[in-house]
Design a protein around this ligand. Structure first.
Ligand code: 6GU
Length: 249
């Protein structure tokens, strides 16, 4: 029973693409996950297998038809309970917590659009979530689907190994990660921060925490204020329960 990605797309050749290589590719070859594409064109109408039509109300671009998407959904065999996701810049932002939820389930069904969009009625009627991977516009949902799958697959049991890299990383506690250094200790006139060479593990942990906080404050004021709010709430909770220290997030 492996984690199953089912992808509805006009460009099935785009999968698994880069996910056939490296960590994700090994896991694919090893049967940890599977990647099944389904060509939307198979359900197109008429001699030209048309999947789209002009938008009611006018305007630029074309809209993928509800009946075409519905026929494709009926034709696939996705695991019971797999969330259906339409990749679109109009969606809610994809977060690590969504990725984690998807990875813990049986798999996902991903609908990739081209053109202006998909008829809203089929999204509503068939319980399809709308997700965006960022505030920029891609030419189609396929590359966004690859991003979502990469984020999910690396969380599947056995894919990343049992080292700490899955835990102590950006977003796991709401902060961006501290900077990394390796040999040589001096390069191009730049020295590695001295504390990292000290062997003092408590001092190193404190330095890394401070770096993570500063970088998050500078680069991601949104994450920073959320983290401050969370810390304040935790401290208040610790105070109420008579604890002296901070509790975990
Ligand atoms: Cl999910 N799809 C497309 N086409 N463009 C996007 C996106 C998704 N997320 C950001 N831009």
């Amino acid at each position: 029973m492996s984690w199953q990605a089912t992808i509805l797309t006009l460009f099935p050749e785009m999968f698994p693409g880069p996910l056939g290589l490296s960590l994700a590719g090994k896991a694919l070859g090893g049967g940890v996950w599977s990647c099944q594409t389904h060509d939307l064109r198979q359900h197109g109408l008429g001699r030209h297998r048309a999947v789209d039509d002009t938008p009611f109300g006018g305007g630029a671009g074309m809209v993928i038809r509800a009946d075409v998407v519905d026929a494709a959904l009926s034709a696939i065999q996705a695991p019971e309970g797999a969330p259906r996701v339409f990749l679109t810049p109009r969606g809610r932002p994809l977060r690590q917590q969504d990725v984690s939820r998807y990875a813990q389930g049986p798999g996902v069904v991903l609908l990739c659009g081209r053109f202006e969009g998909v008829d809203e009625r089929v999204l509503e009627a068939r319980g399809i979530e709308q997700v965006s991977i960022g505030d920029y516009v891609l030419s189609g949902g396929e590359t966004a689907a690859l991003v979502l799958l990469d984020a999910c697959v690396r969380l599947l049991p056995g894919v990343m190994g049992s080292d700490e890299s899955g835990v102590e990383e950006s977003f796991s506690d709401g902060l961006l990660e501290y900077p990394h250094y390796t040999r040589p200790a001096s390069w191009d006139g730049r020295d590695v921060p001295e504390v990292l060479l000290s062997g003092n593990h408590a001092a190193i942990a404190a330095w890394r925490q401070k770096q993570a906080e500063e970088i998050t404050r500078e680069r991601r004021p949104d994450l920073w204020s959320a983290w401050l709010d969370r810390r304040e709430r935790n401290e208040a909770a610790a105070g109420r329960s008579g604890q002296s220290g901070r509790t975990g997030v």
